[in-house]
Design a binder for this molecule. Structure first.
Ligand SMILES: [Zn+2]
Length: 472
């Protein structure tokens, strides 16, 4: 046991680790680099950690920080003359001495997992593989001009990061790409899902009891195809999906999250004991992929983003034939009832202010349904909510609530969004639900949902049917 390790263990006992990344021995650069250069090493001994060395560009800002702080407490900065400075990382990050040429730190994955429990920000371990969000381990300059180039290499492990590796295994990025660096997979196995217009690069970070990698990847392919019942093309030419098997769980849909890295990256926690039939029941993978169909709404408005993903999850499952339209309406009605119980008579506006799951998902999904139906009513069933997503996709990766509203109005061909929203905000959440279902011909009976002829049943059939996929 080395002296450094003993010191680390003592430090761990008092709840901190400032172990110097001893394994990094890169020579001090003799010429100025053209880009910030990250040399990352996956360390296994004495336990899993990431050793990071950042070679600085002359003249770049000296303020660095972790988007998610708390994982690294000490950074070592090295000057032109070989001088070493030990810097404490606080909530604001570190300010490097003026003549710093490079810095080093260790992100102590396993130590953090022991201390805080496994999660996306300490790391999710399984055997030698790790799933982790880049924002907790990757230090970045506080100012990230798009013209500041970044080169990044990972050695010691097969890594799947959101970005595409270039020649020599080097990721060539802009500093902007580090603002949300997405989900990172280290180790595990790989498969590639090829759609006709997109590729999903998949890392499987652990072992499934009953499912082969091939079956998991086929499930992701089917799910990605369902996204195409909402958008004409898969929304990104390439994304990464990290699958983490959760021990002692059988359901496929344990948890999922999409991160807005560029391109986006998705983490899916899947029950390790899931069987093929559990994959058919899954909704989480589809929900996360459907988040790719809308822009990131800033400032965040979960009632729109979660509402869209929740609404279209049920719509897409019926359009693809994975479940019957009756089942989809049943799922929507059950969700609306859950939301209504959480609302307890409060207005939609109060629900938006509370912004708490699951109610916020279902309030948003109900409003998405209202918009979809109104768009179809005003355009003779020619335009729909899908068209709003197509229009927004031409306007960039981010949007705002008002730009979303403007896109709805543009598709409707008349002002619609603001009047419908202000009317619903004042009323108890889910008001008008029963009447809307009646107009659509959706009837709840003790034996389940029945779909029948009604004033707007043609709209309903277009909404839950095969239109989007067959129209291509
Ligand atoms: Zn979501």
């Amino acid at each position: 046991m080395s002296g450094v390790l003993r010191l680390c263990l003592v430090a761990l006992a008092v709840g901190m680790c400032s172990c110097r990344p001893e394994v990094l021995r890169a020579p001090r650069p003799s010429v100025d680099p053209a880009a910030l250069r990250y040399n990352v090493t996956y360390v296994r001994e004495p336990e899993h950690a990431l050793d990071v060395e950042v070679v600085l560009v002359r003249g770049t800002p000296r303020d660095f920080f972790f988007t998610r702080s708390g994982g690294v407490e000490t950074v070592w900065a090295y000057s032109e003359t070989g001088e070493e400075h030990e810097l404490t990382v606080d909530r604001d990050g570190v300010r490097l001495p003026k003549d710093t040429r490079f810095l080093r730190y260790r992100f102590p994955m396993d130590a953090l997992i022991r201390r805080r429990g496994p999660d996306f920000f300490a790391g999710m371990p399984q055997e030698d593989a790790r799933l982790i969000a880049g924002r907790s381990w990757l230090i970045r300059p506080r100012v990230a001009p798009p013209d500041l180039l970044v080169e990044l290499t990972v050695t010691g492990v097969n890594a799947l990061l959101p970005w595409q590796r270039g020649p020599g295994g080097v990721y060539r990025l802009s500093a902007e790409d580090l603002v949300d660096s997405g989900f990172h997979g280290f180790g595990g196995r790989r498969c590639e899902v090829r759609l006709r217009d997109a590729v999903l690069q998949v890392a499987i970070l652990g072992h499934m009891t009953h499912l082969k990698d091939k079956e998991l990847c086929e499930w992701l392919r089917r799910t990605a195809e369902e996204v195409r019942t909402v958008r004409r093309a898969f929304p990104h030419p390439r994304i990464t999906v990290l699958v983490y098997p959760v021990p002692n769980r059988k359901t496929a849909d344990v948890f999922g999250m999409v991160m807005w890295s560029s391109p986006p990256s998705i983490a899916l926690l899947v029950g390790q004991d899931a069987e093929p039939s559990d994959l058919v029941q899954d909704w989480v993978a589809l929900h996360e992929m459907l988040h790719l169909t809308h822009p990131a709404i800033l400032p965040r408005a979960p009632w729109i983003s979660e509402g869209l993903a929740t609404y279209f999850t049920e719509v897409a499952k019926s359009r693809s034939g994975r479940q019957s339209p009756e089942q989809s309406w049943q799922e929507l009605i059950t969700g609306f009832e859950r939301g209504r119980r959480q609302a307890g008579g409060r207005t939609m506006e109060e629900m938006l202010e509370e912004n708490a799951p699951p109610g916020i998902y279902w309030v948003g999904a109900y409003f998405a349904l209202l918009l979809d139906v109104e768009l179809r009513r005003h355009t003779g069933n020619q335009r729909q909510l899908d068209d709003v997503l197509e229009l927004l996709a031409t306007q960039g990766p981010t949007s705002t609530v008002s730009a979303y509203g403007a896109a709805v109005d543009a598709v409707a061909g008349r002002p619609l969004f603001n009047s419908l929203l202000s009317e619903k905000l004042r009323l108890p959440a889910f008001s008008g639900l029963e009447r809307l279902l009646e107009e659509l011909g959706v009837t709840t009976t003790p034996g389940g949902v029945k779909l029948q002829l009604a004033r707007d049943s043609l709209l309903r059939e277009a909404l839950d049917g095969q239109r989007a996929s067959s129209a291509q």
